[in-house]
Design a protein around this ligand. Structure first.
Ligand code: SAM
Length: 328
């Protein structure tokens, strides 16, 4: 799949549910209305959809949400998708999770063929964790992380940099990740969906953060590329890697290789644009994948060049949907 800007689309992110057991303040509103269950693609439909994309050349598949591991019977889908790893059609099957269910699922994920996962963790302070997630249990996430480590999963921590919230914890997180052999990625907050409060008050430029970190840590440019938007450095003091995802201060659209599908079968060609194509109708229209493939081809031909995020006092989201809808 080659888009109009000459970029090969080889990476699919699928939001398997819009539900989450957390309500992170920068991600969701306190009172979210979640989709009625009948509107959500079944696990069999999600499998068909993912498999069609793999047939079309997707090499990396990430399950996300909402929280992917709170979807009922999600392991059935993950095991089933693992067949594409065995044939070599798919190079990587992975997921982004808040870690709350990892104690239960870590071993099974490895059995299904998952080798690496991203775990979101914005603070190492249990009280602050409860505050930012509005309901999360820090110890449960720590237990989940350690279970994933024991199971042999390679872990990358995602930390959204939030002014006045965790800007005093970046050193501690680098040290924690170094100690456990986790990679770490810092992420700039993006204006996705309405939230309580002003994003301009939360936003921190990672260019600034990086300059400050370099006063205490020795960074050298890393040759590592995850196929994603992060720019990595190796940290001499810990031997671990740290990445910076800077959608605001330096966008990375020129190398975008991905598209995203929601749990209702809507295909978004860009996280920060409204362009979308419905895949549910063509999926259900036929037992063959002919209409589905035609819809995917038509969609890829309209992939936008990039997003144009702005965070200012007007506090307008770039798009009305939350990250939990499109899938981070
Ligand atoms: N529940 C899973 C998790 O917590 O990782 C997967 C979904 S969550 C929406 C995916 C990632 O998006 C998380 O790392 C979260 O911190 C990040 N995220 C959510 N809203 C964001 C925003 N407005 N700007 C930047 N990152 C955001």
């Amino acid at each position: 799949m080659i888009d109009p800007h000459g970029r090969a689309v080889t990476y699919l992110r699928v939001s398997v549910t819009d539900r989450c057991d957390f309500r992170c303040t920068y991600c969701m509103a306190e009172n979210m209305t979640f989709l009625p269950k009948p509107e959500i693609l079944s696990l069999e439909e999600l499998d068909r959809l993912c498999s069609a994309f793999i047939d079309k050349g997707v090499k990396k598949l990430r399950l996300t949400g909402g929280e992917p591991l709170v979807r009922r019977d999600i392991m059935t889908l993950i095991h089933s998708l693992g067949r594409h790893l065995k044939t070599g059609a798919l190079e990587e099957l992975t997921l982004t999770t808040n870690g709350s269910q990892l104690s239960r699922f870590a071993d099974d994920l490895v059995t299904a063929g998952v080798r690496r996962i991203n775990v979101s963790l914005d603070t190492l302070n249990a009280d602050k964790f409860r505050a930012v997630t509005r309901r999360g249990d820090f110890q449960k996430v720590m237990d989940g992380l350690m279970a994933a480590k024991r199971a042999g999963l390679k872990i990358k921590i995602n930390m959204v940099a939030l002014q006045g919230f965790n800007d005093d914890e970046f050193d501690a997180m680098i040290a924690f990740c170094g100690e456990h052999g986790f990679d770490l990625t810092f992420i700039e907050t993006m204006p996705l969906g309405e939230i309580e409060g002003y994003r301009v008050e939360q936003y921190l430029s990672l260019t600034q953060v990086r300059d400050d970190l370099e006063k205490r840590w020795t960074f050298s440019a890393s040759s590592h590329a995850s196929g994603g938007p992060a720019r990595y450095v190796d940290v001499a003091e810990t031997g671990a890697r740290v990445g910076f995802i800077t959608p605001m201060s330096h966008n990375f659209c020129e190398s975008c290789n991905r598209v995203r599908v929601t749990c209702t079968g809507t295909l978004f060609m860009c996280l920060g644009q409204d362009d979308a194509v419905d895949l549910l109708e063509p999926l259900r229209a036929s037992e063959t994948d002919v209409p589905l493939i035609a819809a995917i081809d038509a969609a890829i031909a309209t992939k936008p060049k990039g997003h144009d995020f702005v965070i200012d006092r007007l506090n307008r989201p770039a798009v009305s949907r939350h990250m939990s809808v499109t899938g981070g």
